[in-house]
Ligand binder design. Structure first.
Ligand code: NAD
Ligand code: WQD
Length: 342
């Protein structure tokens, strides 16, 4: 379609990417997914087609393969890029650091180089709250809170990714790049047609909770009950994935109004902290069943308490989370139930 506003969405079949594809459609853009499905299923495309009632454009391409990736820039004239494609499992990155550095950095470098060659100026990059590490003396972090040494190779790929972007902009590149630091995205689309579908055993809390409740996993272990928090368990900023998705649309629209050669960084969270025990209690209420869980040891590298200051997101992007943790848990459970019944 000649007048389509094509947006390249790398990793668009993944968890956050797929929800962003829906938001893009709903806001008049035409997303083009590039994903090699190494951590996602083809069924995501079917779910997206049901929700959007459109044929989803997708290409199975490894973004680390420059020549293959270039083909998509030849095929489409993009007005923007959202770069999600990366590995994200903290523990795995400690065991297989080269795999993480190669995928997360090569993919980004190819993306930036091709964006320059094909003059696609507006780019949103998936960064993470992991860049804050264990913030010194504060639980709530602003974008100016100093970045701490990364406590995993994964975290380091996000820090280096941000530095690469800053260097590229400092070199005078005609790009505009927004780095979104997501906190803890949870939940699913309210249709229950797409959601978090990790391959293998989940690493994150919410899929662990729902898969335990459904019987796929036996028991949830709560990592530590002696943290200096109000109930002894860790506190995080859980944000609904559809709100995170919407932040990308707001981000792109904002970028399109900026002058060239700039980059900025924005936290994406709710600004509220929730403990692991609170998550369990909300889940039990929402699902009307008891969860099989017990306390275990602390998990190495866990920060006791961290949540976002979201003032900048509101002021700069006119974005704020519209859903709360209960909504997100309700949607995550609905998604899990729907999957079981398929
Ligand atoms: P995900 O694994 O569900 O999605 C990533 C997608 O990228 C997958 O579909 C995978 O197949 C694809 N992919 C990976 N490497 C690829 C490659 N070389 N070529 C083509 N496709 C490739 O992860 P997600 O949770 O949707 O995360 C998306 C982004 O957000 C990642 O960059 C992640 O680091 C970042 N992030 C995620 C979280 C979170 O908690 N989910 C928090 C902060 C930041
Ligand atoms: C949340 C809380 C655990 C599992 C990770 C990445 C971070 C970002 C978001 C990508 C913690 C506790 C968990 C379990 C538990 N991702 N927990 N039992 O660690 O805050 O952040 O995802 O960038 O970089 O590190 O999220 O979902 O793993 O854990 O008690 O079986 O749940 O200790 O307090 P985390 P999580």
């Amino acid at each position: 379609m000649k007048d389509s506003k094509y947006i390249l969405v790398t990793g668009g079949a993944g968890y956050i990417g797929s929800h962003t594809v829906v938001e893009l459609y709903e806001n008049g853009f035409t997303p083009v997914i590039v994903d090699d499905f190494r951590n996602s299923h083809y069924s995501v495309i079917e779910g997206l087609e049901k929700i959007t009632k459109t044929d989803i454009i997708y290409r199975k391409i490894d973004v680390c393969n420059f020549n293959a990736f270039e083909n998509i820039f030849i095929e489409f004239s993009f007005v923007g890029i959202i770069h999600f494609a990366a590995y994200k499992a903290v523990g795995e990155s400690v065991l297989e650091p080269i795999k993480y550095y190669r995928n997360n950095l090569d993919g980004l470098l190819n993306c930036l180089e091709l964006a320059q060659i094909y003059k696609v100026h507006d780019i949103v990059f998936s960064s993470s709250c992991t860049v804050y590490g264990e913030p010194k003396g504060v639980n709530v972090v602003t974008e100016n809170t100093s970045v701490q040494p990364a406590n995993s190779p994964y975290g380091n790929t996000k820090q280096i990714g941000e530095e690469i972007i800053n260097d590229v902009i400092n070199s005078g590149a005609e790009l505009k790049i927004l780095k979104l630091r997501y906190f803890n995205p949870i939940g699913a689309h309210d249709t229950g047609l797409i959601g978090e579908l990790p391959i293998g055993k989940p690493n994150n809390l919410l899929p662990y909770v729902t898969q335990t409740a459904i019987g796929t996993l036996e028991k949830l272990i709560v990592f530590g009950n002696d943290y200096p928090t109000h109930d002894g368990t860790c506190v995080r900023d859980y944000v609904h994935v559809c709100d995170v998705a919407n932040a990308h649309v707001k981000g792109l629209e904002w970028l399109m109004k900026q002058n060239s050669n700039m980059t900025d960084t924005v936290n994406i969270g709710t600004g509220k902290g929730t403990s692991v025990l609170e998550i369990i209690h909300i889940f039990e209420k929402v699902s009307e069943q008891l969860l099989n869980w017990e306390f275990g040891n602390r998990r190495e590298g866990d920060v006791p308490e961290i949540y976002a200051d979201v003032t900048k997101a509101e002021q700069l992007l006119d974005w704020k989370a519209n859903r709360n943790v209960k909504d997100a848990i309700f949607d995550a459970w609905n998604w899990e139930l729907k999957r079981r019944n398929e």
